[in-house]
Design a protein around this ligand. Structure first.
Ligand code: ATP
Ligand code: MG
Length: 570
C-alpha cells in the first residue's frame, strides 16, 4: 500500500477531548475519527488493527469448537420482557418504535435472542454441548461515554453462549472459553489477568473478568501476592475479625452532637475514633427502602449489597425518600428502632460499644451494641481496600487499576428457565438447558493494546495487531533506483505475507520518521540513496534506539523471520 493512496492523516498535537494516552494516540495516529459522544469511525488504518484482533478472536473461538452465528442487533422488546430485563436495563438500553408502533431495542447484549434461538433449535441431549458466538455491534446508552473506544455508545463485542445438559457439564464449556480467552489476549500481545468478578445484571454465580492493568482503568483489582487471590473491588470478599469495640460500656445513650453529620464530625464531637462511628445509609432496592450500616472508616459497596439482596436495581435514596423511610432528619439517620430492614456489614460483628445516628437532629447514640440494640442481618457489604486482609490467606491485599477486556459467566438456568428452553434427556424427559455467556470487547481490546504498549513517541504495536508490519520509507521518492529497490523489497515481503506500507510522500524525512514512530509499525525500513550506494537498507525495530544497515538481499528474509517469530511467540 502506498501512503499517498492510504487516506492516512496524522495529527501533530493531542486532541483536546482525549484524556488517556491510548485515546490520544489512536486519534493522533489517524486510526479513529470522532463522530459524536461515544461514537467513532474507524479509518482504513484503524480498521486493519480491528480486523486483526477480530481474526485472532475468530481463530481461537473456532479452535475451541464454537460455531459462528450472526444475530440481529435490532430486537423485539418482547424478548426482554420474557427475561425480565426490559425494566432492569433502564435507560442504558436504546429503545425505538417501528412504523407499526412496536417497541424495538438496539441490542446491548444477546442473551435473550440467543436463548430464543436455541429454544427452537435444540431438541435432544445429542445436540449438546454447543457453543455459538458472533462478532457484532452492541449499543449501550452509557451514562458517561469516554476514553474513546473504552466506553462507547456503539462498540463491537465478541459474544459467545454455551448450552449444556447440566451445571457440571457447563464447567467444561466455561473452561474451554476461559482458556481461549487466555490465548486470545496473549496473541494480541496483551497482559490480561483473570480476576473474580461481579455478575452484574446478567446474574449467575461463576464469573471471571480479564483485566488489562493500566492506571487509567475504571476498575479496582485487589490482589494477594502470597496466594494469588485476585478480585474486582465490586465483589472482593472481606476477611474480618469483626469489630474492635466488643466490650459493653452501658446502654444506648443520647449525646448532643450539634452540627455533626459526617463521620469525622461525629467522631470529633464525641471524642471517639472514626472507626467507632457506624455509618448508616438508606438505599432503594427495587424501590423498597433498606438501611445499610458499616464501620465509619469503610464504604458501602453497592455491587455487593445489590448481590446480597438479590435485587435488580439498587440506588442511594434521595434525602426526601430517606427521611420519609426512616422518619428522621437525613443527617441523623441511624439503625436503632427503624422499621425498614437493616443490613450490617460483617466488620461490625461483635460490636457492643459503637456510636450511631440517633434519628433526631443534633444527636447521636453511644454505647450501642449491634447485636442487642439493633435488628439487623449480617452481610458482607463493605468495600475491600488496599491493605485489607486477603479473604483466603490473610496477607495484606494490594490494589491496581484495570481495564475489563473480557468477561466469562456461568449463567446456569437464569435465562433458559424464563424462556422454557429445554432439551430431552436420554430418557426422553424435558430438562432445562444450562447456559454460559462470554464477552470480549473487541474495539476496547484494540485500544487496550495501545494503552499497554506505547512510549512518548507513539504506539508500539505488537506484530499480531499492527495495521502494517513494516513502514518502508522512501527517502528519495524521485530516484528511480531507490524506488526500484523499495518496490522489490515490498514485493518480497508481501510474498511472505508481511503487510507493508510504502511511505512515498514528498515529505521531509523528519516528518516520515515521526509518523512511523507515532503509528508504531513494528519495523521501519529506510530506502535512501546513501545506504543503497553501500547495498543496504536501514532497518529499525520500533522501540530500538539505533537502526542497522542490512544488505538489500537479506532484508526481506530477515524481517519476515522476525515477524513470524513474534507472531508464533505471542
Ligand atoms: P463495564 O463494566 O466496563 O461497563 P460490562 O461488565 O457492562 O462492562 P459486559 O456486559 O461484560 O460489560 O460486556 C462484555 C465486554 O464488552 C466487556 O468486558 C467490555 O470489554 C466490553 N464493553 C462493555 N461495555 C462497553 C462499552 N461501553 N464500550 C466498549 N466496550 C464495552
Ligand atoms: Mg462485565
Amino acid at each position: 500500500m502506498r501512503w499517498t493512496r492510504s487516506l492516512i492523516t496524522t495529527l501533530r498535537d493531542d486532541p483536546q477531548e482525549a484524556e488517556i494516552a491510548s485515546h490520544k494516540l489512536m486519534l493522533r495516529a489517524g486510526m479513529l475519527r470522532k463522530v459524536g459522544g461515544g461514537l467513532y469511525s474507524f479509518t482504513p488504518l484503524g480498521l486493519r488493527a480491528l480486523r486483526k484482533v477480530e481474526k485472532i478472536v475468530r481463530e481461537e473461538m473456532d479452535a475451541a469448537g464454537a460455531l459462528e452465528i450472526l444475530l440481529p442487533a435490532l430486537q423485539p422488546i418482547e424478548l426482554w420482557e420474557t427475561s425480565g430485563r426490559a425494566s432492569q436495563m433502564g435507560a442504558s438500553m436504546f429503545r425505538l418504535k417501528d412504523r407499526a408502533d412496536r417497541t424495538m431495542v438496539l441490542g446491548p447484549t444477546h442473551e435473550e435472542v440467543v436463548t430464543d434461538y436455541m429454544l427452537h433449535e435444540i431438541n435432544s441431549y445429542r445436540q449438546l454441548p454447543v457453543i455459538v458466538y458472533q462478532i457484532q455491534t452492541k449499543f449501550r446508552d452509557e451514562i458517561r461515554p469516554r476514553f474513546g473506544l473504552m466506553r462507547a455508545k456503539e462498540f463491537i463485542m465478541k459474544d459467545a453462549y454455551s448450552f449444556d445438559t447440566s451445571l457440571d457439564a457447563a464447567d467444561a464449556s466455561y473452561k474451554a472459553m476461559y482458556d481461549a480467552y487466555v490465548r486470545i489476549f496473549r496473541r494480541c500481545g496483551l497482559e490480561a489477568h483473570p480476576v473474580e468478578a461481579d455478575t452484574g445484571t446478567i446474574g449467575g454465580n461463576h464469573s471471571h473478568e480479564f483485566m488489562v492493568l493500566a492506571p487509567s482503568g475504571e476498575d479496582g483489582i485487589l490482589h494477594c501476592a502470597k496466594c494469588g487471590y485476585s478480585a474486582n473491588q465490586e465483589r472482593a470478599e472481606r476477611r474480618t475479625a469483626g469489630s474492635r469495640y466488643t466490650t459493653k460500656a452501658g446502654s444506648p445513650e443520647e449525646v448532643a452532637t450539634p452540627g455533626a453529620h459526617s463521620v469525622d464530625e461525629a467522631a470529633a464531637s464525641m471524642g471517639v475514633p472514626s472507626t467507632q462511628i457506624v455509618k448508616s445509609l438508606v438505599y432503594l432496592a427495587d424501590g423498597k427502602p433498606v438501611l445499610a450500616i458499616v464501620e465509619g472508616n469503610t464504604e458501602v459497596n453497592e455491587c455487593k449489597l445489590r448481590r446480597f439482596l438479590g435485587c435488580s436495581i439498587l440506588v442511594p435514596a434521595d434525602i426526601e425518600t430517606a427521611e420519609k423511610a426512616v422518619g428522621a432528619p437525613f443527617g441523623s439517620i441511624g439503625p436503632v428502632g427503624v422499621k425498614i430492614p437493616v443490613y450490617a456489614d460483617i466488620g461490625l460483628k461483635g460490636a457492643r460499644d459503637v456510636c450511631v445516628g440517633a434519628n433526631k437532629d443534633g444527636f447521636h447514640l453511644r454505647h450501642v451494641s449491634i447485636e442487642d440494640d439493633i435488628k439487623a442481618e449480617w452481610a458482607d457489604i463493605a468495600t475491600v481496600v488496599e491493605g485489607d486482609s486477603c479473604p483466603h490467606c490473610g496477607e495484606p491485599l494490594s490494589i491496581e487499576r484495570g481495564i475489563e477486556v473480557g468477561h466469562v459467566f456461568k449463567l446456569g438456568t437464569k435465562y433458559t428457565e424464563k424462556f422454557k428452553a429445554t432439551y430431552l434427556d436420554d430418557k426422553g424427559v424435558p430438562q432445562t438447558l444450562v447456559m454460559g455467556c462470554y464477552g470480549i470487547g473487541v474495539t476496547r481490546t484494540v485500544q487496550a493494546v495501545v494503552e499497554q504498549s506505547h512510549d512518548d513517541d507513539g504506539i508500539i504495536w505488537p506484530a499480531s495487531v499492527a495495521p502494517y508490519h513494516v513502514d518502508l520509507l522512501l527517502l528519495d521518492p524521485n530516484s528511480p533506483e531507490v524506488v526500484k529497490a523499495a518496490e522489490e523489497l515490498e514485493s518480497a515481503l508481501e510474498a511472505q505475507g508481511i503487510d507493508v506500507l510504502l511511505d512515498d510522500r514528498a515529505e521531509r524525512p523528519g516528518v516520515k520518521f515521526k509518523d512511523a514512530d507515532l503509528i508504531g509499525f513494528p519495523f521501519r525500513v529506510v530506502a535512501g540513496a546513501k545506504a543503497l550506494a553501500k547495498g543496504c537498507f536501514e532497518v529499525r525495530a520500533r522501540g530500538d534506539k539505533e537502526s542497522a544497515l542490512m544488505p538489500v538481499g537479506d532484508t526481506a528474509a530477515w524481517i519476515s523471520a522476525r515477524i513470524k517469530e513474534k507472531l508464533a511467540g505471542a
